[in-house]
Design a protein. Structure first.
Length: 146
């Protein structure tokens, strides 16, 4: 169950535009509450989005760094939430008919959650990642009607 997929009517280019606009990060990433800064090179490898997670007043500041990027196709990121740990997030885009198949894989790579078996971690992340892909799809589609 590690990879979550969603079809969107948006083209891969439209989805990539949302991913490449770091200022939209908090609009589609479940748990991100605000974006504080986006490095100019985003989403090139080594660039970061500086964001916050949580609800006020319990907000933690941290960042997400791009590990690898293939514009229009894939972004691999390392998300930090110190002191709780870090996660790897891999998002891929594939043409699918007139739209795009978005696939997202995420797993914890450091911190206390690594002590849980991977199937349990994946089951816990699945609902969050499904909602994340829904939000990403809606932003990319830019619908004018529900």
């Amino acid at each position: 169950m590690g990879t979550i997929e969603r079809h969107t009517y948006a083209t891969p280019e439209q989805v990539w535009r949302v991913l490449a606009d770091g200022w939209t990060f908090a609009a589609w990433v479940v748990g991100a509450s605000r974006v504080r800064a986006v490095e100019p090179e985003w989403p090139a490898a080594g660039s970061r989005i500086h964001h916050s997670v949580g609800a006020w007043p319990a907000v933690l500041d941290d960042n997400t760094e791009v590990i690898e990027a293939e514009p229009g196709r894939r972004v691999l990121m390392q998300a930090r939430l110190r002191p709780f740990g870090q996660a790897r997030v891999d998002i891929t885009l594939r043409p699918d008919g007139s739209g795009t198949r978005i696939a997202m894989w995420e797993d914890v790579v450091s911190g206390p959650a690594t002590s849980a078996p991977q199937p349990i971690r994946q089951a816990a992340l699945a609902p969050r990642n499904k909602e994340t892909l829904l939000r990403l799809s809606l932003l990319a589609e830019r619908r004018t009607q529900p």
